[in-house]
Design a binder for this molecule. Structure first.
Ligand code: HEC
Ligand code: HEC
Ligand code: HEC
Ligand code: HEC
Ligand code: HEC
Ligand code: HEC
Length: 249
Protein backbone atom coordinates (compact mmCIF):
# COMPACT_ATOMS: atom_id res chain seq x y z
CA UNK A 1 0.00 0.00 0.00
CA UNK A 2 2.65 2.53 1.06
CA UNK A 3 4.70 1.42 -1.94
CA UNK A 4 1.86 2.34 -4.27
CA UNK A 5 1.46 5.67 -2.47
CA UNK A 6 5.11 6.57 -3.02
CA UNK A 7 4.95 5.47 -6.60
CA UNK A 8 1.96 7.70 -7.25
CA UNK A 9 3.40 10.78 -5.53
CA UNK A 10 6.63 10.09 -7.39
CA UNK A 11 4.81 10.20 -10.69
CA UNK A 12 2.93 13.37 -9.75
CA UNK A 13 6.06 15.20 -8.63
CA UNK A 14 7.83 14.05 -11.74
CA UNK A 15 5.56 16.12 -13.91
CA UNK A 16 7.46 19.13 -12.57
CA UNK A 17 10.79 18.51 -14.26
CA UNK A 18 13.02 19.58 -11.37
CA UNK A 19 11.91 16.59 -9.29
CA UNK A 20 12.55 13.95 -11.86
CA UNK A 21 16.28 13.93 -11.33
CA UNK A 22 16.61 13.02 -15.02
CA UNK A 23 17.58 15.99 -17.15
CA UNK A 24 19.17 15.77 -20.57
CA UNK A 25 21.71 18.12 -22.02
CA UNK A 26 20.11 18.76 -25.38
CA UNK A 27 22.23 20.55 -27.96
CA UNK A 28 21.13 24.14 -28.53
CA UNK A 29 18.67 24.60 -31.41
CA UNK A 30 19.13 27.17 -34.14
CA UNK A 31 16.15 29.38 -35.03
CA UNK A 32 13.52 27.51 -37.13
CA UNK A 33 14.57 29.08 -40.43
CA UNK A 34 18.13 27.84 -39.96
CA UNK A 35 17.31 24.32 -38.81
CA UNK A 36 18.68 21.85 -41.37
CA UNK A 37 20.73 24.49 -43.19
CA UNK A 38 24.19 23.08 -43.84
CA UNK A 39 27.31 25.17 -44.33
CA UNK A 40 29.67 23.46 -46.78
CA UNK A 41 33.16 24.81 -46.88
CA UNK A 42 35.84 22.35 -47.82
CA UNK A 43 37.27 24.40 -50.68
CA UNK A 44 35.16 27.54 -51.10
CA UNK A 45 36.94 30.14 -48.98
CA UNK A 46 40.26 28.63 -49.97
CA UNK A 47 39.31 29.56 -53.53
CA UNK A 48 38.13 33.05 -52.70
CA UNK A 49 34.41 32.25 -52.59
CA UNK A 50 31.97 32.42 -49.72
CA UNK A 51 30.97 29.09 -48.15
CA UNK A 52 27.97 27.26 -49.61
CA UNK A 53 24.73 27.11 -47.64
CA UNK A 54 22.45 24.19 -48.44
CA UNK A 55 18.88 24.45 -47.13
CA UNK A 56 17.24 21.07 -46.39
CA UNK A 57 13.75 22.53 -45.98
CA UNK A 58 13.64 23.80 -49.55
CA UNK A 59 14.84 20.54 -51.01
CA UNK A 60 12.77 18.14 -48.97
CA UNK A 61 9.58 19.74 -50.25
CA UNK A 62 10.56 18.37 -53.65
CA UNK A 63 12.68 15.28 -53.04
CA UNK A 64 12.77 12.53 -50.47
CA UNK A 65 15.97 11.94 -48.53
CA UNK A 66 16.89 8.91 -50.59
CA UNK A 67 17.18 10.91 -53.80
CA UNK A 68 20.22 12.74 -52.45
CA UNK A 69 21.50 10.35 -49.84
CA UNK A 70 21.22 7.22 -51.98
CA UNK A 71 20.96 8.08 -55.65
CA UNK A 72 23.29 11.09 -55.59
CA UNK A 73 25.79 9.88 -52.98
CA UNK A 74 25.65 12.83 -50.60
CA UNK A 75 26.84 11.63 -47.19
CA UNK A 76 24.75 12.27 -44.11
CA UNK A 77 27.57 14.17 -42.49
CA UNK A 78 28.29 17.76 -43.39
CA UNK A 79 31.56 18.45 -45.21
CA UNK A 80 32.45 14.83 -45.87
CA UNK A 81 31.26 14.54 -49.49
CA UNK A 82 33.83 15.56 -52.10
CA UNK A 83 31.60 18.03 -53.90
CA UNK A 84 33.72 19.97 -56.38
CA UNK A 85 32.89 22.69 -58.85
CA UNK A 86 34.01 20.47 -61.76
CA UNK A 87 31.85 17.58 -60.55
CA UNK A 88 28.82 19.89 -60.33
CA UNK A 89 29.48 21.01 -63.88
CA UNK A 90 29.56 17.40 -65.01
CA UNK A 91 26.08 16.86 -63.60
CA UNK A 92 27.06 15.22 -60.33
CA UNK A 93 26.00 16.33 -56.82
CA UNK A 94 24.26 19.74 -56.91
CA UNK A 95 24.73 19.75 -60.66
CA UNK A 96 22.39 16.78 -61.04
CA UNK A 97 19.57 19.33 -60.66
CA UNK A 98 21.15 22.77 -60.82
CA UNK A 99 21.54 22.65 -64.56
CA UNK A 100 18.84 25.08 -65.61
CA UNK A 101 16.32 22.27 -66.03
CA UNK A 102 15.17 21.08 -62.64
CA UNK A 103 16.60 24.05 -60.77
CA UNK A 104 18.57 27.25 -61.43
CA UNK A 105 21.84 26.68 -63.26
CA UNK A 106 25.34 27.27 -61.91
CA UNK A 107 26.35 30.09 -64.23
CA UNK A 108 25.20 33.48 -63.07
CA UNK A 109 23.95 32.08 -59.78
CA UNK A 110 27.17 31.64 -57.82
CA UNK A 111 25.93 33.73 -54.89
CA UNK A 112 22.70 31.80 -54.51
CA UNK A 113 24.75 28.86 -53.23
CA UNK A 114 27.98 30.59 -52.20
CA UNK A 115 26.02 32.97 -49.96
CA UNK A 116 28.10 32.43 -46.83
CA UNK A 117 24.97 33.24 -44.82
CA UNK A 118 23.30 30.46 -42.88
CA UNK A 119 20.24 32.69 -42.61
CA UNK A 120 19.87 33.12 -46.36
CA UNK A 121 16.43 32.25 -47.64
CA UNK A 122 14.81 33.08 -44.30
CA UNK A 123 12.08 35.28 -45.82
CA UNK A 124 11.18 32.50 -48.23
CA UNK A 125 11.11 30.08 -45.32
CA UNK A 126 8.79 32.33 -43.34
CA UNK A 127 6.43 32.56 -46.31
CA UNK A 128 6.55 28.82 -46.92
CA UNK A 129 6.11 27.68 -43.33
CA UNK A 130 2.98 29.81 -42.85
CA UNK A 131 1.00 27.33 -44.90
CA UNK A 132 2.48 24.18 -43.44
CA UNK A 133 1.25 21.99 -40.58
CA UNK A 134 3.19 22.79 -37.42
CA UNK A 135 5.07 21.13 -34.58
CA UNK A 136 6.98 22.60 -31.67
CA UNK A 137 10.67 22.11 -32.39
CA UNK A 138 13.31 22.30 -35.10
CA UNK A 139 12.00 24.03 -38.21
CA UNK A 140 8.55 23.60 -36.60
CA UNK A 141 7.10 22.07 -39.73
CA UNK A 142 5.24 18.81 -39.34
CA UNK A 143 6.68 17.05 -42.39
CA UNK A 144 4.90 13.78 -41.65
CA UNK A 145 1.56 15.53 -41.74
CA UNK A 146 2.55 17.55 -44.81
CA UNK A 147 3.36 14.38 -46.70
CA UNK A 148 0.30 12.52 -45.48
CA UNK A 149 -2.10 15.28 -46.45
CA UNK A 150 -0.43 15.85 -49.79
CA UNK A 151 0.64 19.44 -49.03
CA UNK A 152 4.00 18.34 -50.41
CA UNK A 153 4.61 15.54 -52.90
CA UNK A 154 8.37 14.99 -52.97
CA UNK A 155 9.82 12.88 -55.74
CA UNK A 156 11.27 9.56 -54.61
CA UNK A 157 13.59 9.12 -57.58
CA UNK A 158 15.51 11.63 -59.58
CA UNK A 159 16.59 10.00 -62.78
CA UNK A 160 13.13 8.76 -63.56
CA UNK A 161 9.52 9.00 -62.67
CA UNK A 162 7.07 6.23 -63.31
CA UNK A 163 5.49 7.26 -66.57
CA UNK A 164 8.30 9.16 -68.19
CA UNK A 165 10.42 6.09 -68.78
CA UNK A 166 10.53 3.84 -71.77
CA UNK A 167 9.22 0.99 -69.66
CA UNK A 168 7.89 -0.83 -72.62
CA UNK A 169 11.43 -1.24 -73.84
CA UNK A 170 13.07 -4.35 -72.46
CA UNK A 171 16.50 -3.93 -70.90
CA UNK A 172 19.16 -6.11 -72.41
CA UNK A 173 21.61 -7.14 -69.72
CA UNK A 174 24.90 -8.00 -71.36
CA UNK A 175 27.18 -10.58 -69.85
CA UNK A 176 30.45 -9.54 -68.27
CA UNK A 177 32.30 -11.82 -70.70
CA UNK A 178 31.93 -12.05 -74.42
CA UNK A 179 30.10 -14.77 -76.28
CA UNK A 180 27.36 -15.14 -73.67
CA UNK A 181 23.77 -14.56 -74.71
CA UNK A 182 22.39 -11.60 -72.85
CA UNK A 183 19.54 -11.77 -70.35
CA UNK A 184 16.43 -9.73 -70.98
CA UNK A 185 14.58 -7.83 -68.31
CA UNK A 186 11.15 -6.30 -68.73
CA UNK A 187 10.07 -3.56 -66.33
CA UNK A 188 6.54 -3.83 -67.62
CA UNK A 189 6.11 -7.47 -66.64
CA UNK A 190 7.57 -6.88 -63.22
CA UNK A 191 5.46 -3.82 -62.53
CA UNK A 192 2.43 -6.02 -62.68
CA UNK A 193 3.62 -7.52 -59.43
CA UNK A 194 5.93 -5.08 -57.77
CA UNK A 195 6.72 -1.44 -57.24
CA UNK A 196 9.89 0.46 -57.97
CA UNK A 197 11.01 0.24 -54.36
CA UNK A 198 10.79 -3.55 -54.39
CA UNK A 199 13.96 -3.45 -56.49
CA UNK A 200 15.43 0.08 -56.36
CA UNK A 201 17.76 0.95 -54.82
CA UNK A 202 18.29 -2.04 -52.56
CA UNK A 203 18.49 -4.85 -55.12
CA UNK A 204 19.42 -2.80 -58.19
CA UNK A 205 21.16 0.53 -58.01
CA UNK A 206 20.02 2.68 -60.89
CA UNK A 207 22.81 5.14 -60.96
CA UNK A 208 25.81 2.88 -60.71
CA UNK A 209 24.67 0.25 -63.11
CA UNK A 210 24.56 -3.11 -61.46
CA UNK A 211 25.10 -4.86 -64.77
CA UNK A 212 28.84 -5.25 -64.43
CA UNK A 213 28.27 -7.21 -61.25
CA UNK A 214 25.51 -9.47 -62.47
CA UNK A 215 26.71 -12.99 -62.65
CA UNK A 216 24.99 -16.30 -62.20
CA UNK A 217 27.15 -16.94 -59.16
CA UNK A 218 25.74 -13.87 -57.40
CA UNK A 219 22.22 -14.53 -58.61
CA UNK A 220 22.37 -18.07 -57.30
CA UNK A 221 23.40 -16.68 -53.90
CA UNK A 222 20.14 -14.74 -53.79
CA UNK A 223 21.39 -11.41 -55.08
CA UNK A 224 19.93 -9.37 -57.97
CA UNK A 225 17.41 -11.48 -59.93
CA UNK A 226 17.99 -14.24 -57.38
CA UNK A 227 16.23 -12.25 -54.68
CA UNK A 228 13.00 -13.52 -56.22
CA UNK A 229 13.91 -16.03 -58.91
CA UNK A 230 15.03 -18.82 -56.63
CA UNK A 231 12.10 -19.37 -54.35
CA UNK A 232 8.95 -17.59 -55.49
CA UNK A 233 9.17 -16.28 -59.03
CA UNK A 234 10.03 -18.97 -61.62
CA UNK A 235 13.38 -20.49 -60.66
CA UNK A 236 16.77 -20.29 -62.32
CA UNK A 237 16.36 -23.63 -64.07
CA UNK A 238 14.30 -21.89 -66.76
CA UNK A 239 17.30 -20.49 -68.64
CA UNK A 240 15.41 -19.62 -71.78
CA UNK A 241 12.94 -17.31 -70.12
CA UNK A 242 15.73 -14.91 -69.13
CA UNK A 243 18.14 -15.74 -71.95
CA UNK A 244 15.84 -16.02 -74.94
CA UNK A 245 18.84 -16.65 -77.19
CA UNK A 246 20.25 -19.58 -75.24
CA UNK A 247 20.18 -22.96 -76.95
CA UNK A 248 19.74 -25.04 -73.80
CA UNK A 249 16.20 -25.87 -72.50
C1 HEC B 1 23.79 24.94 -56.81
C2 HEC B 1 24.77 25.45 -55.91
C3 HEC B 1 26.04 26.04 -56.47
C4 HEC B 1 26.17 27.04 -57.40
C5 HEC B 1 25.05 27.77 -58.12
C6 HEC B 1 27.58 27.27 -57.55
N1 HEC B 1 28.30 26.45 -56.73
FE1 HEC B 1 30.32 26.42 -56.55
N2 HEC B 1 30.16 24.90 -55.22
C7 HEC B 1 28.98 24.38 -54.72
C8 HEC B 1 29.29 23.44 -53.67
C9 HEC B 1 28.30 22.66 -52.84
C10 HEC B 1 30.69 23.42 -53.56
C11 HEC B 1 31.55 22.65 -52.54
C12 HEC B 1 31.80 23.64 -51.43
C13 HEC B 1 33.04 23.41 -50.62
O1 HEC B 1 33.42 22.27 -50.42
O2 HEC B 1 33.60 24.42 -50.14
C14 HEC B 1 31.21 24.36 -54.52
C15 HEC B 1 32.56 24.63 -54.69
C16 HEC B 1 33.07 25.61 -55.50
C17 HEC B 1 34.48 25.98 -55.59
C18 HEC B 1 35.58 25.39 -54.74
C19 HEC B 1 36.67 24.72 -55.50
C20 HEC B 1 36.29 23.35 -56.00
O3 HEC B 1 37.05 22.80 -56.79
O4 HEC B 1 35.25 22.82 -55.62
C21 HEC B 1 34.57 26.97 -56.51
C22 HEC B 1 35.82 27.67 -56.95
C23 HEC B 1 33.22 27.22 -57.00
N3 HEC B 1 32.35 26.37 -56.38
C24 HEC B 1 32.91 28.15 -57.93
C25 HEC B 1 31.63 28.47 -58.32
C26 HEC B 1 31.34 29.53 -59.27
C27 HEC B 1 32.36 30.44 -59.92
C28 HEC B 1 29.97 29.56 -59.40
C29 HEC B 1 29.14 30.44 -60.32
C30 HEC B 1 29.54 30.39 -61.73
C31 HEC B 1 29.44 28.50 -58.55
N4 HEC B 1 30.48 27.87 -57.92
C32 HEC B 1 28.09 28.21 -58.43
C33 HEC B 1 27.70 24.71 -55.11
C34 HEC B 1 27.40 25.68 -56.05
C1 HEC C 1 18.64 17.80 -52.52
C2 HEC C 1 19.52 16.93 -51.77
C3 HEC C 1 19.21 16.53 -50.37
C4 HEC C 1 18.03 16.05 -49.85
C5 HEC C 1 16.70 15.85 -50.56
C6 HEC C 1 18.29 15.72 -48.47
N1 HEC C 1 19.59 16.00 -48.17
FE1 HEC C 1 20.51 15.69 -46.39
N2 HEC C 1 22.22 16.53 -47.08
C7 HEC C 1 22.40 16.98 -48.37
C8 HEC C 1 23.72 17.57 -48.50
C9 HEC C 1 24.30 18.21 -49.74
C10 HEC C 1 24.35 17.43 -47.22
C11 HEC C 1 25.77 17.84 -46.84
C12 HEC C 1 26.71 16.73 -47.28
C13 HEC C 1 28.17 17.08 -47.13
O1 HEC C 1 28.50 18.24 -46.88
O2 HEC C 1 29.00 16.16 -47.22
C14 HEC C 1 23.37 16.78 -46.35
C15 HEC C 1 23.59 16.46 -45.03
C16 HEC C 1 22.70 15.80 -44.22
C17 HEC C 1 22.95 15.44 -42.84
C18 HEC C 1 24.19 15.78 -42.03
C19 HEC C 1 24.01 17.08 -41.29
C20 HEC C 1 25.23 17.53 -40.54
O3 HEC C 1 25.17 18.66 -40.01
O4 HEC C 1 26.23 16.81 -40.47
C21 HEC C 1 21.85 14.76 -42.41
C22 HEC C 1 21.62 14.16 -41.03
C23 HEC C 1 20.90 14.71 -43.51
N3 HEC C 1 21.44 15.36 -44.59
C24 HEC C 1 19.67 14.11 -43.47
C25 HEC C 1 18.69 14.22 -44.45
C26 HEC C 1 17.34 13.73 -44.33
C27 HEC C 1 16.80 12.96 -43.12
C28 HEC C 1 16.68 14.06 -45.47
C29 HEC C 1 15.22 13.86 -45.82
C30 HEC C 1 14.26 14.44 -44.89
C31 HEC C 1 17.63 14.74 -46.32
N4 HEC C 1 18.84 14.83 -45.67
C32 HEC C 1 17.34 15.20 -47.60
C33 HEC C 1 21.50 16.91 -49.40
C34 HEC C 1 20.19 16.48 -49.29
C1 HEC D 1 17.63 16.64 -56.45
C2 HEC D 1 17.75 17.95 -57.06
C3 HEC D 1 18.59 18.99 -56.35
C4 HEC D 1 19.87 18.84 -55.86
C5 HEC D 1 20.73 17.61 -55.88
C6 HEC D 1 20.23 20.10 -55.30
N1 HEC D 1 19.22 21.00 -55.47
FE1 HEC D 1 19.18 22.92 -54.80
N2 HEC D 1 17.29 23.15 -55.49
C7 HEC D 1 16.59 22.22 -56.22
C8 HEC D 1 15.31 22.77 -56.59
C9 HEC D 1 14.24 22.06 -57.42
C10 HEC D 1 15.25 24.06 -56.04
C11 HEC D 1 14.11 25.06 -56.15
C12 HEC D 1 13.94 25.55 -57.56
C13 HEC D 1 14.87 26.65 -57.92
O1 HEC D 1 15.08 27.52 -57.07
O2 HEC D 1 15.39 26.67 -59.07
C14 HEC D 1 16.52 24.28 -55.37
C15 HEC D 1 16.85 25.43 -54.70
C16 HEC D 1 18.06 25.67 -54.11
C17 HEC D 1 18.43 26.89 -53.43
C18 HEC D 1 17.56 28.12 -53.30
C19 HEC D 1 16.80 28.10 -52.01
C20 HEC D 1 15.91 29.29 -51.95
O3 HEC D 1 16.04 30.03 -50.99
O4 HEC D 1 15.11 29.50 -52.87
C21 HEC D 1 19.73 26.75 -53.00
C22 HEC D 1 20.54 27.73 -52.22
C23 HEC D 1 20.16 25.44 -53.40
N3 HEC D 1 19.14 24.81 -54.07
C24 HEC D 1 21.43 24.93 -53.17
C25 HEC D 1 21.83 23.65 -53.48
C26 HEC D 1 23.16 23.12 -53.21
C27 HEC D 1 24.28 23.89 -52.57
C28 HEC D 1 23.16 21.84 -53.64
C29 HEC D 1 24.27 20.83 -53.54
C30 HEC D 1 24.94 20.71 -52.26
C31 HEC D 1 21.85 21.56 -54.17
N4 HEC D 1 21.07 22.68 -54.07
C32 HEC D 1 21.45 20.35 -54.69
C33 HEC D 1 17.01 20.94 -56.53
C34 HEC D 1 18.20 20.37 -56.13
C1 HEC E 1 15.86 -14.98 -63.63
C2 HEC E 1 16.63 -14.79 -64.83
C3 HEC E 1 17.72 -15.76 -65.20
C4 HEC E 1 17.63 -17.13 -65.35
C5 HEC E 1 16.42 -17.99 -65.10
C6 HEC E 1 18.93 -17.56 -65.78
N1 HEC E 1 19.79 -16.52 -65.90
FE1 HEC E 1 21.73 -16.63 -66.57
N2 HEC E 1 21.94 -14.66 -66.18
C7 HEC E 1 20.92 -13.80 -65.83
C8 HEC E 1 21.45 -12.45 -65.79
C9 HEC E 1 20.70 -11.17 -65.43
C10 HEC E 1 22.84 -12.54 -66.13
C11 HEC E 1 23.86 -11.40 -66.25
C12 HEC E 1 23.73 -10.77 -67.59
C13 HEC E 1 24.19 -11.72 -68.67
O1 HEC E 1 25.26 -12.30 -68.52
O2 HEC E 1 23.47 -11.89 -69.67
C14 HEC E 1 23.09 -13.94 -66.38
C15 HEC E 1 24.33 -14.45 -66.77
C16 HEC E 1 24.53 -15.71 -67.27
C17 HEC E 1 25.78 -16.20 -67.82
C18 HEC E 1 27.04 -15.38 -67.96
C19 HEC E 1 28.13 -15.79 -66.99
C20 HEC E 1 27.77 -15.54 -65.56
O3 HEC E 1 28.03 -16.40 -64.74
O4 HEC E 1 27.25 -14.49 -65.25
C21 HEC E 1 25.59 -17.50 -68.18
C22 HEC E 1 26.62 -18.44 -68.79
C23 HEC E 1 24.23 -17.82 -67.84
N3 HEC E 1 23.60 -16.73 -67.28
C24 HEC E 1 23.66 -19.05 -68.04
C25 HEC E 1 22.42 -19.42 -67.57
C26 HEC E 1 21.88 -20.77 -67.63
C27 HEC E 1 22.61 -21.97 -68.22
C28 HEC E 1 20.65 -20.72 -67.06
C29 HEC E 1 19.72 -21.89 -66.79
C30 HEC E 1 20.27 -22.95 -65.97
C31 HEC E 1 20.40 -19.34 -66.64
N4 HEC E 1 21.49 -18.61 -66.97
C32 HEC E 1 19.24 -18.92 -66.05
C33 HEC E 1 19.61 -14.10 -65.55
C34 HEC E 1 19.10 -15.40 -65.57
C1 HEC F 1 11.88 -6.51 -60.43
C2 HEC F 1 12.86 -5.52 -60.20
C3 HEC F 1 12.62 -4.11 -60.71
C4 HEC F 1 11.53 -3.29 -60.52
C5 HEC F 1 10.25 -3.59 -59.75
C6 HEC F 1 11.87 -2.00 -61.12
N1 HEC F 1 13.11 -2.08 -61.68
FE1 HEC F 1 14.11 -0.57 -62.62
N2 HEC F 1 15.64 -1.84 -63.06
C7 HEC F 1 15.70 -3.17 -62.71
C8 HEC F 1 16.90 -3.77 -63.29
C9 HEC F 1 17.33 -5.22 -63.17
C10 HEC F 1 17.55 -2.75 -63.97
C11 HEC F 1 18.89 -2.83 -64.70
C12 HEC F 1 19.93 -2.52 -63.67
C13 HEC F 1 21.32 -2.45 -64.19
O1 HEC F 1 21.54 -2.55 -65.39
O2 HEC F 1 22.22 -2.28 -63.35
C14 HEC F 1 16.74 -1.54 -63.81
C15 HEC F 1 17.08 -0.32 -64.35
C16 HEC F 1 16.32 0.82 -64.17
C17 HEC F 1 16.67 2.09 -64.73
C18 HEC F 1 17.88 2.38 -65.59
C19 HEC F 1 17.42 2.06 -67.01
C20 HEC F 1 18.49 2.19 -68.05
O3 HEC F 1 18.13 2.08 -69.24
O4 HEC F 1 19.65 2.38 -67.68
C21 HEC F 1 15.70 2.97 -64.34
C22 HEC F 1 15.63 4.42 -64.69
C23 HEC F 1 14.73 2.22 -63.55
N3 HEC F 1 15.14 0.93 -63.47
C24 HEC F 1 13.61 2.76 -62.98
C25 HEC F 1 12.60 2.03 -62.37
C26 HEC F 1 11.34 2.59 -61.93
C27 HEC F 1 10.96 4.07 -61.98
C28 HEC F 1 10.60 1.56 -61.43
C29 HEC F 1 9.19 1.61 -60.95
C30 HEC F 1 8.22 2.15 -61.91
C31 HEC F 1 11.42 0.36 -61.55
N4 HEC F 1 12.62 0.69 -62.13
C32 HEC F 1 11.04 -0.90 -61.11
C33 HEC F 1 14.82 -3.84 -61.91
C34 HEC F 1 13.60 -3.35 -61.46
C1 HEC G 1 11.62 -8.46 -56.56
C2 HEC G 1 11.42 -9.72 -57.23
C3 HEC G 1 12.01 -9.93 -58.60
C4 HEC G 1 13.28 -9.63 -59.03
C5 HEC G 1 14.42 -9.03 -58.23
C6 HEC G 1 13.35 -10.03 -60.41
N1 HEC G 1 12.17 -10.58 -60.79
FE1 HEC G 1 11.72 -11.34 -62.65
N2 HEC G 1 9.83 -11.74 -62.02
C7 HEC G 1 9.35 -11.58 -60.74
C8 HEC G 1 7.97 -12.07 -60.69
C9 HEC G 1 7.08 -12.07 -59.44
C10 HEC G 1 7.63 -12.49 -61.99
C11 HEC G 1 6.29 -13.11 -62.46
C12 HEC G 1 6.47 -14.54 -62.87
C13 HEC G 1 6.62 -15.54 -61.73
O1 HEC G 1 6.24 -15.27 -60.57
O2 HEC G 1 7.16 -16.65 -62.00
C14 HEC G 1 8.82 -12.28 -62.81
C15 HEC G 1 8.90 -12.58 -64.16
C16 HEC G 1 10.05 -12.51 -64.93
C17 HEC G 1 10.16 -12.89 -66.32
C18 HEC G 1 9.04 -13.46 -67.18
C19 HEC G 1 8.57 -12.41 -68.16
C20 HEC G 1 7.47 -12.95 -69.05
O3 HEC G 1 6.96 -12.13 -69.80
O4 HEC G 1 7.15 -14.14 -68.96
C21 HEC G 1 11.46 -12.73 -66.70
C22 HEC G 1 12.09 -13.00 -68.04
C23 HEC G 1 12.17 -12.19 -65.54
N3 HEC G 1 11.28 -12.08 -64.49
C24 HEC G 1 13.51 -11.88 -65.53
C25 HEC G 1 14.17 -11.26 -64.46
C26 HEC G 1 15.56 -10.88 -64.50
C27 HEC G 1 16.49 -11.07 -65.67
C28 HEC G 1 15.83 -10.32 -63.29
C29 HEC G 1 17.13 -9.73 -62.83
C30 HEC G 1 17.73 -8.77 -63.71
C31 HEC G 1 14.60 -10.37 -62.50
N4 HEC G 1 13.61 -10.94 -63.24
C32 HEC G 1 14.48 -9.89 -61.20
C33 HEC G 1 10.03 -11.06 -59.67
C34 HEC G 1 11.32 -10.55 -59.70
Amino acid sequence: MTRIFFLLTGLLLCSSAAWCGETFELPPLPPPEEFGNIVINRNSTRNGLLPVVFPHWKHRTKYTCRVCHTELDFNMKANTTEIREVANRKGKYCGACHNGKKAFKLNGNCDKCHSGDINSGSEKFAEFSKNMPHTSFGDRINWVEALKTGVITPQNYLKMEPGDLPFDKDLVLEAGWGGIVPAVFSHKTHMGWLECSSCHPDIFNIKKKTTAHFSMAYILKGKFCGACHLKVAFPMDDCKRCHPGISRN
